[in-house]
Design a protein around this ligand. Structure first.
Ligand SMILES: [Zn+2]
Length: 165
């Protein structure tokens, strides 16, 4: 699945696990966040999915979004955001990043066999026959669910990103 959708899910998870807004329990929250985000990556990759976003755009925008969501978080939330959002894309960083960097930046990094079964041909939900209606429904549900969490947790977002005056 495109990195951007993993990040959308990861952001929803990060703000959902931040229950103690005023004084976050950093270790506990980050641990819950990275675990759920990692599992979400596996589930999303097992479900049928196409790649509606061009891989180059996905790679660059994903990197910028990941960096911005961590960088602009207040100090107390940086670790939670870093760990949770990285957990959401970690399997792709391990299995796919060297090949992507080789392709995009013309590097010659070594590429190994994929570690995670949801990236293997037998188990991945990748669709290459252009029949993407189920995929569109799945990605729409990810965005919708994260949108709902953002609405419910709007105060949490304001606290994490110091949006209060
Ligand atoms: Zn993946």
């Amino acid at each position: 699945m495109n990195v951007l959708f993993h990040l959308v899910a990861g952001f929803g998870i990060a703000i959902a696990v931040c229950t103690e807004v005023a004084k976050p329990k950093i270790f506990l929250t980050a641990t819950a966040g990275v675990f759920i985000a990692f599992v979400s990556h596996a589930l999303l990759d097992y479900t049928p999915h196409c790649y509606p976003i061009n891989s180059k755009v996905d790679f660059i925008a994903g990197f910028i979004l990941l960096f911005a969501l961590i960088f602009f978080a207040r100090k107390e939330y940086k670790v939670i955001m870093l760990v949770t959002l990285t957990g959401a894309v970690l399997p792709d960083i391990i299995d796919l990043l060297p090949a992507i960097l080789n392709k995009q930046l013309h590097l010659k990094l070594p590429v190994y066999n994929k570690v995670f079964p949801w990236h293997w041909k037998n188990y991945s939900g990748s669709i290459y026959n252009g029949n993407c209606s189920t995929s569109h429904l799945n990605t729409a549900m990810i965005c919708f669910a994260t949108g709902i969490i953002m609405l419910v947790r709007w105060n949490t977002i304001k606290t994490i990103y110091a949006l209060r005056r």
